[in-house]
Every structure is written in structure tokens, then in C-alpha cells.
Write a protein that binds this ligand. Structure first.
Ligand code: CMC
Length: 364
């Protein structure tokens, strides 16, 4: 058996974008705990240029992003057709990302325009599913406020805007995670940005990756609605050999630094929106998982509650992750293109050997 299964611990290439070395998350040299206090646009610029913007650059960068938060009429027409239930929003986003590549200029579009379109499309999918009219960006607001406004129909308070900006920054990049690596594999064939992003969305959808946040809330809802003791619920799941969503991580065996920050935001929002009961269940579960299995919550655990407190449907949670991670995907596609080497690993063949074909021999 090869010891590189799942590529665990294998360094496949270099990156200047972010690092999880020694379980510390760093964006282009800045610790996540510090850079989480920057503005979202500053962090996007940092991840794309590996340096922070000056004041003038930041203003121009923000203005450009917000001005591009509009969809071509053709995209909207098709979105209105495909974005309805019962399809899962991540399936809709997968098709939408691909669609953006056909209703925009696939050969010449640059990352700022692509990020703006992705955020706008995700907000639009949510509005269409809520049977609400689509909203235009307010050019006096930044990207985070506009994203919230276009999704929920409400201009966020300063406090909510700050909290959500932190959430978006914490999700923006995470070195060679599964979806980013998928994007880089696609980029290494020199395909276009939209194709790389479509591949990344597909990888993020899975429950072992971004799809975990939706399932975390499903667990909390089941426990609350059916009035089950959270510990009994966990014991049943573990007995049935099911993973507990929102726990464990390939890199962070002693805790995910993002979850530490997100826990505080979840606690605050739960208090403000009268959702403390969910936070209490989460605390009980987290205590048990740590004590019994030394498993810590990951980034998806508390975001599930945060998104619920924002009034979002659980099926849309992974799309919000995708909105934030588009920043990192684009950063990595750019980096891959800069010094490209085709990513094409080898496998150890363990199938049958020495067979010979003779026509008709295998037919019944
Ligand atoms: N619930 C129960 N047991 C777990 C869990 C969990 N959530 N996570 C790990 N374990 C156990 C696992 O069964 C294994 O035990 P044993 O050695 O006895 O077989 C041990 O811990 C090591 O786990 P692993 O699955 O081999 O570790 P990995 O590095 O391959 O997987 C993981 C990491 C994130 C896929 C896994 O922890 C997991 O499936 N978690 C639940 C899904 C989840 O929350 N995903 C979000 C990941 S973080 C954000 C993101 O990437 O989107």
C-alpha cells in the first residue's frame, strides 16, 4: 500500500499565498488572528498580490469590484429558470459557474470581474429561491455589505458587517485544500478561469469538505426539534460509524484557529437573534467530542449557526463558503498559471496482469 494515499502530508508544490505550517494559518505572512481584522477587499488584494494595497489602490480595487457586481441579462434569464427548488443550491451553483463562463468573456475576464460575478450570482440564487426580487449593488457600500444586502434584502448594521467580513476572510483561503487543489489541477492544463472554478465548486460540495456546514445545522435541528439528548445523538451516530460533521481536520489535530474566532461570533449572533439554544447544543457536543475523542470543531462547525442567525436556509450554507473561497481559488489559479507545470501524478497499479484478449472469449 502506498503511503501517499489522500496526499496526506505530501508537499506537491510551493505557494506564497497562505500557509498552515505548524497548524498556524497565515495569509501571505500575516497571522489569521490579525488579518481577520482587515477589510475583506484588503485581504482579497493581499491574497492576489501577496502584499497589502495602499489607500489609493484599495479604493480603486473596492470600487472596481462593486461596479462589477452585476450580471448579464442572459445570465439572469437562465438563472431564473434553473435556480428554483428542488435542486440543491450547490448543484445550481455548479451549473451557474459554468454558465458565467458562457455568458461572459471566457478568454479575457480577469479575477476582480469573476469574483464580483460569483458573489452576485450566489446572492441571486438565494433571492430567486426565496421568491424575492433581485437587487442591484449600492455603489456607496463595500463588497461585504453589498453581498449581504443582495442576499438578504437588508443593509447590514456596522456590527453585522464587521462580523460577516471576518467570516468571509476566515474562509477566503486555506492553502492546498481539496477544492483549491482541484482548481489548481484544472489550471495546470491551462484551461480558463470559469472551468477551474466549476471544478472547485464540485469538490467543495462534498460533505467531507464544504458540504459539512449544512450537515452541522441539520444535526442541531434534529436534536432541537426531536428533543434528543445531544450526547445520546452523538453516541448513536458514532455507533453507526458515522462521522460527526464539523469535527476533525486533516491539518489541525489540536484545533482549527478559525473555529476559535468563529465561536465568538456564533455566540454573539445567537444571543442577538434568540438562537442560544443552538449554541448550547453546540457547546455540549464540542465538549463531548473533545473529552472522548480529542476531536476539535473545524471551520464549518460554528459557521452553520452563524448563517442560520443571518436567516439563511441550511441548503445555501455551502454556497456562502464557495463565495468566500472563490477569492482563494482565483489566487491559486493565478499562481499556478504564473509558473505552470502540468499536475499529473502517478498511481501504483494493483490490478490483474498478464491477461490476453481473444475475441468472443469473454462473451456469454
Ligand atoms: N467524527 C468522528 N470521527 C472522526 C471525525 C469526525 N468528524 N473526524 C475524524 N474522525 C476519526 C476518524 O474516524 C479516524 O478514526 P480512526 O483512526 O479510528 O479510523 C480519525 O479520527 C482520523 O480521521 P480521518 O478521517 O482519517 O482524518 P482525515 O484527515 O482523513 O479527515 C476530515 C479529515 C475532515 C475528512 C474528517 O475529520 C471528517 O470527515 N470530518 C467530518 C466532516 C467535516 O467536518 N468536514 C469539514 C472539514 S474542515 C473544512 C473543509 O475542508 O471544508
Amino acid at each position: 500500500m502506498t503511503n501517499s494515499r489522500g496526499l496526506a502530508g505530501i508537499i506537491v508544490d510551493e505557494t506564497k499565498i497562505s500557509s498552515t505550517k505548524n497548524a498556524h494559518l497565515i495569509y501571505a505572512g500575516y497571522p489569521i488572528e490579525e488579518i481577520a481584522q482587515a477589510s475583506f477587499e484588503e485581504v482579497v488584494f493581499l491574497l492576489w498580490h501577496t502584499r497589502l494595497p495602499n489607500k489609493h489602490e484599495l479604493t480603486a480595487f473596492r470600487q472596481n469590484l462593486v461596479e462589477q457586481m452585476v450580471l448579464p441579462a442572459e445570465t439572469i434569464r437562465l438563472l431564473l429558470y434553473i435556480a428554483k427548488e428542488p435542486q440543491h443550491p450547490m448543484s445550481i451553483l455548479r451549473t451557474t459557474t459554468s454558465l458565467l463562463g458562457t455568458t461572459n468573456d471566457v478568454e479575457h475576464d480577469e479575477p476582480p470581474k469573476i469574483l464580483a460575478k460569483m458573489l452576485t450570482a450566489i446572492a441571486a440564487i438565494i433571492r430567486i429561491r426565496d421568491n424575492e426580487p433581485l437587487l442591484e449593488a449600492d455603489h456607496h457600500l463595500g463588497v461585504v455589505d453589498n453581498f449581504l444586502l443582495m442576499m438578504t434584502g437588508k443593509k447590514p448594521s456596522q456590527q453585522l458587517s464587521r462580523m460577516f467580513s471576518t467570516v468571509m476572510i476566515l474562509h477566503a483561503d486555506h492553502e492546498f485544500n481539496a477544492s483549491t487543489f482541484t482548481a489548481r489541477v484544472a489550471a495546470s492544463t491551462l484551461t480558463d478561469y470559469y472551468s477551474c472554478l466549476t471544478a472547485a465548486v464540485c469538490a467543495l460540495k462534498g460533505p467531507l469538505h464544504g458540504g459539512a456546514n449544512e450537515r452541522v445545522f441539520e444535526m442541531l435541528e434534529t436534536i432541537k426539534q426531536q428533543q434528543i439528548d445531544p450526547i445520546v445523538y452523538l453516541q448513536d451516530q458514532l455507533h453507526a460509524k458515522r462521522k460527526i460533521m464539523g469535527f476533525g481536520h486533516r491539518i489541525y489535530k489540536n484545533g482549527d484557529p478559525r473555529a476559535v474566532i468563529l465561536k465568538k461570533i456564533a455566540a454573539e449572533l445567537a444571543q442577538e437573534t434568540d438562537n442560544q439554544v443552538y449554541f448550547q447544543i453546540q457547546t455540549q457536543i464540542a465538549d463531548y467530542m473533545l473529552e472522548k475523542f480529542k476531536l476539535h470543531p473545524n471551520v464549518d462547525y460554528y459557521t452553520a449557526l452563524i448563517y442560520h442567525c443571518l436567516g439563511l436556509q441550511k441548503e445555501t450554507f455551502t454556497m456562502i463558503f464557495a463565495a468566500c473561497r472563490t477569492v482563494g481559488w482565483l489566487a491559486h489559479i493565478m499562481e499556478q498559471r504564473q509558473e505552470n507545470v502540468l499536475i499529473r501524478p502517478c498511481s501504483a497499479y494493483v490490478g490483474p496482469t498478464g491477461r490476453h484478449y481473444s475475441k468472443g472469449a469473454g462473451e456469454i
